[in-house]
Design a binder for this molecule. Structure first.
Ligand code: ATP
Ligand code: MG
Length: 331
């Protein structure tokens, strides 16, 4: 029998990003040999190293390579977005990270612990692609149920349930059966259950899938609030405009391979171009501006009216004065 004790420093937060996480492990092996060592000078919340997953298709002799030699590291306090077309391996990667699917080759680690170990899931909250809840439980009972599964109970759990339902905006629907919840409400209750044990890492597989623009904006704001509280977030989404707003870094998958990765602003910046937005420009002033630019040896590449987004138009139409720009936590 092997006994293991792990002593760990408090999790690094957004403010204390580079704090080394020291783990002291004492192992008593079968023969009574005691090993003592220090590990993990700086455990990243997510480490994916040369991950490959091959699915065998039953009844046929086919194999699907869902993930191919993928390596990704997510740093403490970061919001990392995994993008890619349908079937590019995003959900498979997240499931392997959470120990729900075994890798064919390579390794995934959560806070330095191999995903194969149950203890690697101690500090993680997960909202899967299609979350399933017991339909006959109410929202409050659902969160309480997951809290109990995480070993919580008593007044601490009751206060946590109340706080989380408030955070995700479901206080009024707390006693309604989850079976009667709309898609957006289900995503929110999913987020509440994922947050119940106050995890350091949140893994969200398409958190705004099927949610209307108002609901998805609220989920976006909630993710930004969680980031401000020092949580690390790994998410995948097809809503590119939202990913652009909330993610610090993104990785783009195609056929299971990482084809681009980097900081959002670096990936999106158009080199050698500067954008100036002016108000009240008459045609005369515009031609004067063009002449002045030419004198300076500059070229105005384009001019015209900037366009709003369809999301802003939708939000402005249903809630005047509440456009997405007004609610944005970034830029
Ligand atoms: N259990 C499984 N058995 C066989 N093949 C699978 C299994 N799970 C996933 N796959 C295959 O692996 C590939 C990647 O699937 P995955 O669900 O990871 O994609 P995804 O990027 O999450 O797509 P989406 O954007 O549609 O959610 C697909 O070709 C899929 O059919
Ligand atoms: Mg998926």
């Amino acid at each position: 029998m092997a006994l293991k004790f792990a002593f760990r420093e408090p999790r690094p937060t957004a403010k204390r990003k580079e704090i080394p996480v020291l783990q002291l492990k004492i192992e008593v092996g079968k023969a009574g040999v005691i090993g003592l060592w220090m590990t993990g000078m700086s455990a990243a919340p997510v480490e994916i190293e040369h991950l490959t997953k091959v699915f065998k298709v039953p009844m046929r002799r086919e194999r699907v390579v869902a993930v191919r030699d993928l390596s990704i590291k997510v740093e403490p306090g970061e919001v990392y977005g995994l993008l890619g077309p349908n079937g590019s391996g995003k959900s498979t990667t997240l499931k392997i990270l959470l120990g729900l699917v075994s890798p064919t080759r390579g390794k995934t680690k959560v806070f330095g612990e191999d995903s194969a170990w149950v203890r690697s899931r101690k500090d993680v909250g997960f909202v899967p692609e299609n979350p399933y809840f017991y339909k006959f439980l109410s929202g409050a009972e659902t969160v309480r149920f997951f809290g109990k599964l995480s070993g919580m109970g008593g007044a601490v759990l009751e206060a946590r349930v109340k706080e989380l339902l408030e955070l995700v905006g479901l206080t009024e629907a707390a006693d309604r059966r989850v079976g009667a919840y709309s898609k957006g409400m289900l995503q929110r209750i999913g987020l509440a259950q994922a947050l119940v044990q106050d995890p350091g890492l949140l893994v969200l597989d398409e958190p705004t899938a099927g949610v209307d623009p108002v609901g998805s904006r609220e989920i976006r704001d909630l993710i930004l609030e969680l980031k401000a509280r020092g949580k690390t977030i790994l998410l995948c989404s097809h809503l590119l405009s939202q990913v652009q707003e909330i993610c610090d870094r993104v990785g783009i998958l195609a056929r299971g391979q990482l084809v681009r990765e980097g900081r959002v602003e670096d990936l999106l910046a158009v080199r050698d171009r500067t954008e100036v937005v002016l108000e009240q420009v008459s045609p005369e002033k515009l031609s004067a501006l063009q002449e002045a630019a030419e004198k300076l040896g500059l070229k105005i590449v384009s001019s015209g009216r900037p366009q709003t987004t369809l999301e802003n138009l939708f939000l402005e139409a249903i809630e005047p004065g509440q456009s997405a720009d007004a609610g944005s936590g970034k830029n």
